[in-house]
Write a protein that binds this ligand. Structure first.
Ligand SMILES: [Fe+2]
Ligand SMILES: [Fe+2]
Length: 439
């Protein structure tokens, strides 16, 4: 209940054409906490109602000009929340019912009235009036609060939507940036490994081959995607430390090296690790690079690690590295088998028997590529020079980096036409790399 309702005395209006009745009623309610209004006729009563907020209206039924029923009916229109009652003699009960029906009277009080009863009746009526008013106030308050709540909820929803849109956009930007960094890193790794091979032309494409075989073995061994990726990077860069080894040493076979030269050569795994160690993303690969010349029996270098102390990735790169060095191009399938036989002799000595066994089937899968490598070479062609039947040796990507055709695919006429269209729409800066037969 608001303070104005508490502090403001409720108004009670008595309407009667008899002056002495009005006086008696005023006296009766003198000690009650109400403001008493009196009117000598219905017309006067309506006038008062239009100027005052009245809680309770008690009207005589029998009045000249306008009787109680008509007065209450009109009063209801002016002040619908007021509690209305009619005073009537015993003989006029029927007309009192009329007042109840027409004027919406709360009840009738018979004349002569019982003072205490009348006071109690008015108190109850005032109480009811206050309850009704309070109910209206609370309903309005609830409605207002609901509207505010709805407004807040709408604003919150809008805010959350905006935040979600912003976060999605930021996330996309972050993903794009990460993708860009990753592709730059891949390009960097490829450039570095090309550099290694430029340094020592006798090992042309060695890094690519070791990377391809290592990842094949790692996949077959059931390693996780991230482990396979790290192993592939380590394999691609495993001989990066050879950049610091002298030309004389690099041009000789291992068995022809003097002790000093051997020492120089044996530094390349550690140099390789320290070269990439400054790049956080390559640090794990650096550890694998360091140990790619460890032997399973502990007689390798640089740290003489043995068995399970050698990182798995290093054990795998060691196998792939040795295979590519031992395999003789142009030797065909028998050369592939002979190479594996030679390596098996070193199982448990140089190579981990478990991964060597896995490597045999993994490398066999790639045998065709090896056999082809003996008779073939890689060439960069314009799309117009492509022919059906050619084998693509590197991924074909559009200018914006979209993977179009994966390496290893044999082109048909449809692929050739599609690549030409792709180069028209989104041209790449390089040509298409394919395997061609040596003349
Ligand atoms: Fe090496
Ligand atoms: Fe190597």
């Amino acid at each position: 209940m608001d303070n104005s309702a508490k502090n403001d005395p409720c108004k009670v209006l008595f309407v009667d054409d008899e002056e002495n009745v009005l006086r008696a009623l005023s006296r009766l309610f003198f000690d009650e906490p109400y403001e008493i209004l009196t009117a000598g006729s219905g017309r006067e009563g309506l006038e008062m109602l239009s100027k005052n907020k009245v809680a309770v209206i008690i009207s005589d039924q029998k009045m000249p000009e306008m009787d109680g029923a008509h007065f209450l009916e009109a009063a209801r229109k002016i002040s619908p929340d007021s509690v209305r009652m009619v005073l009537t003699g015993y003989a006029d009960i029927n007309t009192a019912m009329d007042a109840i029906n027409k004027g919406g009277a709360y009840r009738y009080i018979t004349k002569p009235w019982n003072d205490n009863e009348l006071i109690m009746t008015v108190r109850n009526a005032v109480h009811q009036y206050r309850l009704v008013k309070e109910n209206i106030r609370l309903t309005e308050l609830t409605k207002k609060q609901n509207e505010e709540l709805k407004k807040w909820s709408d604003e919150l929803e809008y805010f959350v939507q905006q935040q979600t849109i912003d976060l999605t956009r930021q996330n996309q930007e972050l993903q794009d940036a990460i993708g860009k960094v990753q592709s730059q890193m891949r390009a960097f790794i490829t450039s570095i490994s090309n550099l290694i091979e430029l340094r020592n032309r006798s090992v042309s494409s060695h890094s690519n081959t070791v990377a391809m075989l290592s990842s094949e073995i790692a996949i077959k061994a059931g390693l996780s995607d991230s482990e396979v990726k790290t192993i592939e990077i380590a394999a691609q860069l495993h001989d990066i430390g050879k950049i610091g080894v002298s030309d004389v040493v690099l041009s000789k076979k291992i068995e022809e090296l003097s002790e000093n030269e051997k020492e120089d050569y044996r530094k390349h795994p550690v140099r390789g690790q320290s070269t990439v160690d400054g790049i956080e993303e390559l640090r794990d690969a650096g550890i694998l690079i360091r140990h790619h010349h460890e032997y399973f029996n502990g007689s390798g270098f640089p740290d003489g690690l043995k068995e399970d102390d050698i990182p798995i990735g290093s054990r795998i790169v060691s196998i792939a590295d040795a295979f590519d060095q031992l395999y003789l191009p142009d030797s065909g399938l028998s050369g592939f088998e002979k190479t594996m036989e030679k390596m098996k002799l070193l199982s448990g000595i140089r190579f981990d028997p478990f991964y060597l066994h896995i490597a045999e089937s993994a490398i066999e899968k790639k045998a065709d590529i090896f056999i082809q490598q003996g008779r073939t070479f890689e060439a960069e062609l314009n799309p117009s020079e492509l022919r059906a039947g050619m084998v693509v040796s590197r991924d074909v990507r559009s200018g914006t980096g979209l993977l179009f055709i994966s390496k290893g695919m044999t082109l048909d006429a449809g692929n050739v036409a599609a690549i030409r269209r792709c180069y028209d729409v989104d041209p790449s800066t390089s040509g298409v790399y394919v395997i061609l037969e040596k003349a």
